[in-house]
Design a protein around this ligand. Structure first.
Ligand SMILES: C[S@@+](CC[C@H](N)C(=O)[O-])C[C@H]1O[C@@H](n2cnc3c(N)ncnc32)[C@H](O)[C@@H]1O
Length: 293
């Protein structure tokens, strides 16, 4: 099959507006992989013409509709849309060259299924094929969520991965000692990919995933959600309702932290900590008293 890639170019400080417009236009559902590798606030030493870039990938059959929808979604923003077409194989193979075995935190190692890795003592190796889903560990927001998960997860807890993408965080949680995990994503390809990845790592019996736009009630001790600030705020009621002990929120540009934090504080959670990488920040929030006490 031939695929179309839309490369969006824009000034780095517009990154979150562009992401939000795409999310509002429904593009998060099919547009992975997203390479959100732009800086947020303009820096004095960065020339004004520096551009951020997001690559959206879609089958040609959906491309005309996608292009029209994207123009509408981005109409109020100064964004240049460049379109190119390629064979699926070229796209997949080209992309694979750039993703290698990667150590995340102290124990997790992510291994692309096509790469060889000789595990070291203590390594927790995750074998992943992301297909077209988000979540390889190459993006800061995934690493930030994982760092908080590694620090705060307690042995035997149940974990809910909201916006699970490839399932990397759910899989990492199980390898780090969780007793079971659930995943949810509004993209059915992501759900299929997460199920495949968890099965590939022998964890299918302890993992379930489904497609939905909001987190469903699950008896989770730990909820982890790596999505955009506005999406997290929009699903705050559902996230809080299903949080048994702690909630990890990632995907947040630093200047949006006060908005996100406030949305969860007003619902009764307190801030327990954070992690930061470049312009991205993740929060961990929890109940002031253990629930039920
Ligand atoms: C940034 S990716 C995170 C993937 C993975 N959990 C990670 O940390 O790398 C966000 C994921 O959230 C999903 N998503 C976006 N909006 C959603 C919604 N309203 N409900 C469920 N999933 C959503 C996207 O499809 C995408 O897979």
């Amino acid at each position: 099959m031939r695929y179309v890639t839309f490369a969006l170019s824009f000034s780095p400080h517009l990154l979150e507006d562009v992401e939000a417009a795409l999310a509002m236009g429904g593009f998060v559902h099919w547009s992975v992989p997203l390479e959100l590798d732009a800086e947020d606030e303009p820096q004095p030493d960065v020339p004004a013409h520096t551009t951020g870039r997001i690559d959206l990938h879609a089958p040609v059959i959906e491309a005309e509709e996608a292009a029209r929808g994207m123009e509408v979604a981005l109409s109020r923003l100064p964004v240049t849309i460049l379109r190119s077409e390629q064979d699926e194989e070229d796209w997949a193979e080209g992309w694979k060259q750039y993703w290698k075995v990667q150590r995340l935190g102290s124990r997790i190692v992510v291994r692309p299924t096509w790469e060889h890795y000789q595990a070291q003592p203590g390594d927790l190796v995750l074998d992943l094929d992301p297909r077209q889903a988000f979540g390889t560990g190459t993006h800061a927001t995934t690493r930030l969520a994982l760092a908080l998960l590694e620090e705060h997860l307690q042995e035997g807890e149940a974990v809910y991965d909201v916006g699970c993408g490839t399932g990397l965080l759910a899989l990492a949680a199980l390898k780090l000692g969780a007793s079971r995990a659930w995943g949810v994503d509004n993209d059915s390809v992501a759900v299929e990919t997460a199920l495949e990845n968890l099965a590939r790592n022998g964890e299918d019996a302890r993992f379930e995933a489904e497609r939905a736009d909001v987190p469903l009630p699950r008896p989770a001790d730990v909820v982890v959600a790596n999505i955009l600030a506005d999406v997290l705020i929009g699903m705050a009621d559902a996230l809080v309702a299903t949080t048994g002990r702690v909630l990890i929120l990632s995907g947040i540009i630093r200047r949006r932290i006060p908005d996100v934090e406030a949305a969860f504080v007003v619902r009764g959670l307190v801030r327990l900590g954070n992690s930061v990488e470049d312009d991205w920040e993740a929060l961990i929030m929890g109940w002031p008293e253990p629930r039920g006490s």
